[in-house]
Design a protein around this ligand. Sequence first.
Ligand code: PEP
Ligand code: MG
Length: 876
Amino acid sequence: MSHKYVYLFSEGNADMRALLGGKGANLAEMTNLGLPVPFGFTVSTEACTRYYQDKQTIAPEIVEQIEAALAITEKSAGKKFGDPANPFLVSVRSGARASMPGMMDTILNLGLNDETVVGLTKLTNNERFAFDSYRRFIQMFSDVVMEVEKAKFDEIFEDVKHSNNCKLDTELNAEQLKDVVSRYKALYRKEKGSEFPQDPRVQMMEAIKAVFRSWDNPRAIVYRRKNDIPSDWGTAVNVQSMVFGNMGNDCGTGVAFTRNPSTGEKKLYGEFLMNAQGEDVVAGIRTPSTIDELKSTQPEVYRQFAATAEKLEQHYRDMQDMEFTIERGRLFMLQTRNGKRTAAAALQIAVDLVSEGMISKEEALMKIDPRSLDALLHPTFEPKALKSAKAVACGLPASPGAACGRAYFTAQDAIEAAGRGEKVILVRLETSPEDIEGMYSSEGILTARGGMTSHAAVVARGMGTCCVAGCSEAAISERDKTLKFACGKSYKEGDWLSLDGSTGNVYGEALPTAEAQVSGNFATIMQWADEVRTLHVRTNADTPHDAEVAAKFGAEGIGLCRTEHMFFDESRIPAMREMIVSKDEASRRRALGKLLPMQRGDFKGIYKAMGGRPVTIRFLDPPLHEFLPTEEADIRALAQEMGLTYEDLLHTVENLHEFNPMLGHRGCRLAVTYPEIAEMQTRAVIEAAIETRQETGFEVVPEIMIPLVGEAKELEFVKNVVDETAKTVMQERGVEIPYLVGTMIEVPRAALTADKIAEHAQFFSFGTNDLSQMTFGFSRDDAGKFLDEYYKKKIFESDPFARLDQEGVGKLVKMAVELGKSVRPNIKLGICGEHGGDPSSIEFCHNVGLNYVSCSPFRVPIARLAAAQAKIAEKK
Ligand code: PEP
Ligand code: MG
């Protein structure tokens, strides 16, 4: 028997998600639970992978299996595909293993043609319904399968509505819809040079292929990269008997959640539209009714739906997102899945499910996507500014948070503006999957159309991006790039707007934002995470302020203080530059003398903010191109300050120019050349620690970290300078304090010779930014320019500077851990590259036995949760 590629719903279950996709697996599960699910079958994800292996064709054996499943489905419906007397119609829908909202496309009413539409009319005695279904099918099929632009059909539809004085689609009668159908077919003929396909079997196979193709469209590729979904998973295809929500006023279609996806409140939440089909609810063509209204209009259907929702939530032990259709007063379930939710709702639901006894704390922790916490930690508007600001309009509070930026009206403009470093508010009539990248580039999204389950709302919530949707007071012209509110105020491209995604308010000005407050459920979840995890979480912080923020988020210490970053400030950079351009030791010492008190002061602030927790101070590592003056005015000012001529200094700056500054005179190479730099820094570290100990009683044990070491003797040399200076300072002050000296492992040679290096290092911290840069040989500053091509050509699935390359760079990390421990079993191990805040990389760090990860302050909670999840996953 050949391999099985096609499964009837009755043959699957929820555990077969990898094979049947989320939608297929859950349709099967609901079928097994005895819920009213229209009969159908799933073409597996393996068939999708095979489709690509077979050069985008469906193998005959798979076609055979599809035919066989179709025959059984026809039989159960008592109808036949293409039978004019009793036509069988299906929906064709995609369904990957992980839900990919808006990525894949749905086709309804497949099987209709010029003959079966007449049959459907006779059978239902409802010509209006039959032609409404046909016009929808022609549009969906042409758009999704044949790539005829949807907007061209919309134009015809709007035109017919307009010339018949109709506002809503439901006002069109059968004759008018027939007119729509013939104009649609003419459009198809014109665009494709052939008639609209009439054979239902051809329609079905083409639709299945289109779903497979859509797995690889550019939108899907971007979505997968952002969400860590491997490209070899493929998508399944679900073929299902049609039920109709557009047969009349006792019919309808809707979407609902068992709990509120914005707040987590335990209450059925959703929207439906009577006499409607498929995407109508989410596309915002009419204003939907709330699910509560169903209670009064169709109490029996409501009761049945509420009971089904409850049953599904109990069964899946999680909040469900369901799609349903009512056909002539009968309820059908078309989909259920664990619902997407805001971060706030995710915490509320997790905490509630534990207190309701439905799940354990560990299960609750596993339900929360650590990356989603970001949204909770993002700023809100400064209360004072908000109080005095007046909203110019109000839409739906579709995705919480506060956003402020300049208005851009197309995804492309948004991407370009963000690329220039601008903050962007994307303003659209409604969004579609084509807008995804633009949405990612934006601080906030404003749409004029659509409800709480519209594309903009669902996708923005998933991204954790602030969104105000369905702002009907906004008249938007995407062509003219203008926005006019009902209050009379108008705005053009580049004007400032502020959005409050929690209230739906829109402000026509730039409002200052305030830091997020962490409390309540957040604290509960963090506490549960802390109880479980064994990996410590530190932060990368360069200033006392960052250290304070990070401490509030639960940082257990500082894993990286980039001391050169303490001099980015305009008032401080001259002293740093002076040090860099000094030509002799005396002038360098003079400049260092200016830096010393600044550093000492900052270190004290940081030690105090950390209250005695460990603080790792990384010695100067300034890639020269980031620090050398380039502007003439800066060079002149510095020359004056140093008592040099402009030409003289310019000459020095030119001499210092490097071709590869990232591989240049930076890190410990500076301290090797100019030991006085390490002397000054050691003095600042130790003096600050002594003073902080005296002033606060905190037992500060500074950890001095030497960067860019690739050879044990480099470290040995700098460590000697550190130890000598520390000894002198302690003698001067008459106290002895403990301190550690360690190194970063960020040059591949350091990883390869970590045993030798460990002889001189009390700790290792993996600098995976440089380690990735040097392992791949990709410049950190330039890789962005070509990595896009790597994603498109599937050479890379993710950015190696964001997500640790476990196969290559990870191998070096593992090797260094083992070599380091072989010489110094108790060596302290951490990571301080950007990867320290990335959940999948954190899991790797846990598994290779690091003691801590260190990440930027706002990622600390993400790391705490990810570390807990790594521990829980390890136990399984
Ligand atoms: C690193 O290279 O990973 C690191 C943390 O140092 P920097 O980013 O400052 O080079
Ligand atoms: Mg580095």
